[in-house]
Design a protein around this ligand. Structure first.
Ligand code: AMP
Length: 282
């Protein structure tokens, strides 16, 4: 497995052949969710750059950053079966932030104002700063992102459009544990009680999705909170339903608009997010 720390060396490698390049940006702690993006990228491209960089500017909680797992050896082993097509880019802070660690300020409008944008102020500016740099540096044809972070994908699509970065942004569906919990690097911090309670998040979203007949926002919200908080180990931070066009949460729905449910739930200090498509009127 080739691992590049220096951008110049990565560029020299990529430029040595006229490869079709795929980019999968990650913060490491690789798991089956990341793997689904990497597998898709390997099908579409000759070479796939998996970036592993824990980006300090997208953390609004210093403890979350401090405790974020980083184990390059483990991640390399995880990727070893892909070594023919995949290279790892693991830059340090000086490579990513040559003029000091600070994030750019973007104006993404309504798509950045709610849900993660509201509860993690500055998070999307941090994400966009790093993704802009990775795309400009690596110049991939395709870049892959997970729907688990649905709002993030819309931010990156807007970034790509407004800065004319010219990359194809590909969304990949959320990979789940067998019991439905969305796979996340942070799941390993859940204690056994929190872990078994956490399945209620996906369970409640599925119940709402499968429920027949027109649905009312406050009934859905109450159902979600009651189901999830039935366990004392879980606390709902937000439950929003937003139109996929502008990601603005609403309580009254319009026919012919498409909506998605977005949730964030705390299990102790561990913050879990998920989202699900919903047809309000069926
Ligand atoms: P992260 O390392 O958490 O920044 O995630 C890197 C990429 O993997 C992002 O595009 C995430 O949306 C995606 N990702 C994380 N977890 C999952 C999952 N369970 N299923 C699909 N994609 C995921």
């Amino acid at each position: 497995m080739l691992v590049f720390k220096a951008l110049e060396k990565l560029k020299a490698h990529l430029n040595s052949k006229s490869f079709k390049i795929g980019l999968v940006p990650t913060m490491g702690g690789l798991h089956q969710g990341h793997l689904s993006l990497i597998k898709k990228a390997c099908l579409d491209n000759q070479i796939v750059v998996v970036s592993i960089y824990v980006n300090p500017t997208q953390f609004n909680d210093k403890n979350d950053l401090k405790n974020y797992p980083f184990d390059l050896k483990k991640d390399k082993a995880f990727l070893s079966s892909f070594s023919k097509n995949v290279v790892v880019y693991n830059p340090d802070n000086d490579e990513m932030y040559p003029s000091g660690i600070k994030k750019n300020s973007y104006n993404f409008g309504s798509i950045s104002h709610h849900m993660e944008g509201k509860f993690r102020p500055g998070h999307f500016n941090g994400v966009a700063t790093v993704i802009e740099k990775l795309i400009k540096d690596i110049k991939p044809h395709n870049a892959y992102f997970g729907e688990k972070d649905y709002q993030q994908i819309q931010i990156i699509k807007a970034l790509n459009k407004s800065l004319e970065l010219g990359v194809k942004i590909i969304s990949c569906s959320t990979e789940r544990e067998k019991d439905g919990l969305a796979i996340s690097t942070r799941n390993k911090f859940l204690n056994p009680r929190q872990r078994s309670a956490a399945i209620k998040i996906h369970f409640a979203l599925q119940e709402l999705k499968l429920k027949k007949g027109a649905k009312k926002f406050f009934d859905m919200k109450r159902f979600f909170i009651n189901t999830v908080e039935h366990s004392k180990d879980l606390k709902v931070e937000y439950f929003c339903i937003a139109s996929i066009d502008d990601l603005v949460p609403v309580e009254i729905f319009e026919k012919f608009k498409k909506y998605r449910i977005f949730v964030a739930v705390f299990a102790g200090n561990i913050r879990l997010i998920d989202n699900e498509e919903i047809n309000i009127f069926n």
